[in-house]
Design a binder for this molecule. Structure first.
Ligand code: ZN
Length: 99
């Protein structure tokens, strides 16, 4: 069973969590000044990278809090979790050697 480390509750089974999309997507400060293309980029376009990805998660069947995680999409390992508003940890600090 995959355990996810909620920054508020600690490690819990993945069944208690819901994926919430890419993390650190900043809403434009003044949407009225955005072009249609800029607004569409904000609403619809997300990274689909292979490797470490910053993601938003929610502990829906626990504390209900949103948080961010660094997850390696190649092996589904969660490298770090951190609270919304905190900066992502440096990859050098959280990266594990591949086995
Ligand atoms: Zn929690």
């Amino acid at each position: 069973m995959l355990l996810i480390d909620c920054p508020y509750c600690g490690a819990r089974p993945e069944l208690e969590f819901v994926y919430g999309g890419q993390a650190h997507v900043a809403r434009p400060r003044n949407p009225a000044e955005c072009s249609d293309e800029q607004w569409a980029d904000f609403l619809y376009w997300r990274d689909n990278s292979r490797g470490v990805h910053a993601e938003r998660w929610r502990h829906t069947h626990g504390c209900g809090q949103f948080f961010n995680a660094l997850r390696d999409t190649t092996n589904d390992h969660f490298l770090a979790t951190y609270r919304v508003g905190e900066a992502a940890p440096a990859l050098e600090r959280v990266a594990r050697p591949r086995t």
